[in-house]
Design a protein around this ligand. Sequence first.
Ligand code: C2E
Ligand code: CA
Ligand code: CA
Length: 580
Amino acid sequence: MDDLKYQVDLLTALNERLMKSEKMYRRIAECSGTLFMYFDLKSSPAKVDLVGPWDDMVGEKIANHPYDESYMLNLLLDEDQDEFRIHMLELEREGLESGSCEVRSRNKRYWLSCFAKVTYDDEHRPIEKIISIKDITKIKMNSEELEYLAFYDSLTGVYNRNYFVRKFRDMCELADSEETSVEIMFVDIDDFKKINDSIGLLFGDELVQEFGQYLKDFNSDDILVGRFGSDVFVIAVYNPCGQRSADVVYRKIKERLRHPFVLTNKTELMFTVSCGVAEYPDAGRTALEVIKNAEIVLYKAKERGKNGIQYFELEILNKFINNISVEKQLKEAIETNGFQLYYQPQYYASDGKLRGAEVLLRWPDPEGDGFITSPDEFIPIAEKNGAIVPIGNFVLKEALKTFNDWRTKYHIPMILSVNISAVSLEKENFVDTVSHALSLYGVSPEVLELEITESVFINNFEDVIDKIKTLRGLGIRVSLDDFGTGFSSLSYLRQIPIDTIKIDRSFIETAVKDDSSGIIYESVIEMSKKLGFETVAEGVETREQFNYLREKKIDIIQGFLLGRPISKVEFEKLLIRQMP
Ligand code: C2E
Ligand code: CA
Ligand code: CA
C-alpha cells in the first residue's frame, strides 16, 4: 500500500514538475515573439500544437479553430501559399531536415519568415516537425526602402545617378552586340539658381519634382530617365534614329514648357531648358565617356544663350580640353607672375602728338620667345573662372608703376588706358582697388582711363552707372571700348556717363570701302562729339583709313599704322624719341 502511495506521490511530483516546465517553455515561447507549430508525426492524423503569441498575430482566439497542416496556409496571401507549401509542408516528403521561406500574411500586414525543422528516426521516418514563424515586416520594409533609395531618386522617382549609369552601361553593351547605338541627353533647367533664389529652395524642389515626374513618363523599354544633380536630368534613348530621336524628345519637352508648372502654393512658373546630346559609340569609347561628353556639350548649349539643344561635335570637346589646360596654366602664371604688359601708342589726329598708350596684356611662353596664347583666347577663360580679377589687379598696378617711372624719367604728359573686365568692375571693392593702386604709385587720377565694354551694363545697369559716376567723380576717365560690336544704340549713349568712345576696328575696314558704312561711321563721330565724348578710331592699318579719319575729324587714332603694341623697353625708346 505504502509502495503504491509512494508511486502516486512520485508521479504527482513528476507531473507537477512537467507542468511547471511546460508552463515555463510556453511563457518563453510567448515572450520570444516567435510562433511555433509543433507537429507530432507519429500519431495519425498528425497532432498539431501551437505555441507562442498566435492570438496577437492572427487577431482572434486560436483555440476556437480546428487546426492542422493547412491552417497555416489559410493565413497566407494566396499567391504566397505555394512558396510556403513547397518549403514547409513538403519537407518530410522530400526527406529534408530543414527549410525556410519568406511569405506575406493574408491581410498583407505582415512579412513572415518561416523556418522548419524535421526530426527522423533511425529508419529515416519523420517523427516530429517544428515550424517557427517570425514577423519580419519592419526589416523587410527597411530593405525595400533601401532598395528604392539604391535605384531611384527620392524627389522625382526617376532613376538615380548610380542606377542610371549602370542601366546605361548595359544598354551600351547591348548596342555593341546588336550593332546599334545609344543616345544620351542632358536636360538642364535654365537659370535654375535664379528661380531657386526667387521662390525659395522648398518650392525649387517642388518644381524639380514636377518636372521630373513629367520626364518620368518618357520611361519605356528603349528610354531611360534619370536625375544627376539638382536640376540636371538625363535621358537615354536606345537605338535612336540619328538625331531625330533626341529631337523628338526635346520638342515634346519644349511643348510641355509652353505651359506653366503650378506649385502647391498656386505659383505658376515657366522656364526653359538647355540640352546636350552625345551618342555611344560615336562620341566616346565607353559609356562614361559619352556621358561626360554629353555634359560638355550641354555647357556649350548654355554658352550659346540657353533654351537650345546642342549635339556632340569633336571640335567642342577639343576646345573644352584646351580650355582646361589653359585654365591650369593660367593659375600657374598668376602664381609665378608670368604675365607681361605691352603698350600701344595713341596719337591725336589733328597734330600727330602722342596722346598716351593702351595697356595690353601678354602671356609670354617661359620656354620660348613667343606667347602661350592671345588675350582674345585666354581672357574669356579667365573671366569665366574669375582669374581675371587678380590678373586685372596685376595689370593695373604694374601699369601705374611703369607710368610713374616714365613720368619721373621723361616728363611727357600722357594718358594711360587700361582694359577693365566686367567681372572686375562688378566686384564690390572695385573703386577702392583702383584708388588704392593710384595712391600706391602717386599717380593722379586724371591720367588714368578705364576701358569698359557694353557688356558691363547687361547685368545691373544702375549699379554700374553709379560706380562709373563714382570713378569719374574721383577724376578718373572712362572710355567705352569696341563701340559698334554689341547692342550699340546711339540713343543709349546718352544715358551713360563716359569721356571717350572707341569705335571698333571692324567699322573702319568697311567705312573706307563702301558709302553706307562710311555714313554710319561719320554719324557715330558726329553724334559722339555732340554728346561731348572724345572719339578714338581703333585698328587703323592703312594710310587711306588714316586720311579718311582725319578728314572726318576723329580725335584720336590707334592702330598698327602708327604703332603696334610694344614692350615696356620698346615703348621707352618711343618716349625718348618724343622728348624735345
Ligand atoms: P581691345 O581692348 O579692343 O584691344 C585692342 C586689340 O586690337 C589688341 O589686341 C591690339 O593688339 C589690337 N590692335 C591694335 N591695333 C590694331 C590694328 O591696327 N589692327 C588689328 N588687326 N589689331 C589691332 P590684343 O592685345 O590681342 O587684345 C585683345 C583683347 O583682349 C583686347 O581687345 C581686350 O579686350 C583684351 N585685353 C587685352 N589686355 C587686357 C587686359 O589687360 N585686361 C582685360 N580685361 N582685357 C584685355
Ligand atoms: Ca581696349
Ligand atoms: Ca577695342
